[in-house]
Design a protein around this ligand. Structure first.
Ligand SMILES: [Zn+2]
Length: 327
């Protein structure tokens, strides 16, 4: 019988669960709106309920463990979700312990953005590249969304000003488009959003139709992404940058200016690093979380997480640039 992992992608808005085969194929998937302000007990109850729903769909499933991607900061080795700004009432929650006791199965935890990068590395756009997750002290490394790239702008949900994801994310793009337009102004952006708040998806759609203000918003967005990616190139010297998250569907529109900005700003030796779109869409996190369980011990498998933790001085060879899911 095929070995399966229960996988969860815990976001501030949506909690998703899946049963995933060792080849990365999702065989069953469920989701629920995260009870993000109800505290950890309520959300853990949701995880248990979704697991029940998945196992009801596949009663014969040979489930060998549970992999979870959750918002940082978290300690993947100790299995503790420390204090994610997107989930109220979570403070040093020993998630691995709690779920391990409940299900009697091995449980592995990883930062949600890292889980998505793992998914893309093992089954998506980063296949066949060497690498490992760079964890740093307590596994807290590489919260790239919160590196400061400007001294001004909107406040990030983490509390700081000028964070990468506060200026260059799908959320930020939608916010700028909403501020630029007004309900009833007849703009394409507002027509697409039915005079509600404009989202990144609307901006991409309007830009594809040739709308000038949408194209300018995309241009500004791509410049910020290029600045952030240049920082990542200089810090990590990756083989490849994989761009996923809410903006990935506009990758072709963003790519020329991202590339031009990197050409302008990166030192010569870093400029030839490919920047490519993610391939797994919104399943990257689930598939990556499942791989925490299923990948270990497979013949020819690159280093698995457990072995990686001894390698504390290595540089990241895979940088997953993914907007942290908080909206
Ligand atoms: Zn921040």
């Amino acid at each position: 019988m095929t070995r399966l992992a229960l996988a969860f992608d815990l976001g501030g808005t949506e909690l998703r669960g899946a049963l995933v085969e060792s080849g990365g194929r999702v065989v069953a998937q469920v989701s629920a709106p995260t009870m993000a302000i109800a505290g950890s007990d309520a959300v853990i109850g949701q995880i248990i309920a979704l697991a029940g729903a998945l196992l009801t769909q596949r009663p014969q499933a040979d489930v060998v463990g549970i992999g979870i991607g959750a918002p940082g900061p978290l300690d993947p080795k100790a299995g503790i979700v420390i204090a994610p700004p997107t989930l109220a009432g979570w403070h040093d929650v020993p998630l691995i312990d709690i779920l391990g006791k409940h299900f009697g199965l091995p449980v592995r935890l990883e930062n949600d953005a890292n889980a998505a990068a793992l998914g893309e590395w093992r089954f998506g756009a980063g296949r066949d590249r060497c690498g490992h997750i760079y964890h740093g002290r307590r596994g807290l490394a590489a919260e790239i969304g919160h590196m400061t790239i400007t001294g001004e702008g909107d406040r990030c949900f983490c509390g700081a000003v000028g964070c990468f994801e506060a200026v260059a994310s799908g959320t930020a793009l939608g916010r700028r488009a909403t501020a630029l337009t007004a309900p009833g102004d007849g703009s394409l952006l507002r027509r697409l959003s039915a005079d509600g708040d404009v989202s990144a998806r609307h901006v991409v759609e309007a830009a594809r139709a040739g709308d000038i203000s949408a194209l300018e918003l995309i241009e500004a967005e791509a410049r910020w992404l290029g600045i952030g990616f240049t920082n990542l190139l200089h810090l990590y010297s990756p083989d490849l940058i994989v761009m996923g998250g809410g903006l990935a569907n506009g990758f072709d529109l963003l790519a020329p200016t991202i590339r031009a900005t990197v050409e302008q700003r990166a030192m010569l030796a870093y400029r030839d690093v490919p920047i490519v779109p993610a391939q797994l869409g919104d399943r990257a996190g689930l598939i990556g979380a499942a791989s925490l369980i299923l990948w270990e011990g497979e013949p020819g498998a690159p280093l698995a997480m457990a072995q990686d933790e001894d390698n504390k001085d290595g540089a990241t060879e895979l940088a997953g640039a993914r907007e942290t899911s908080h909206g």
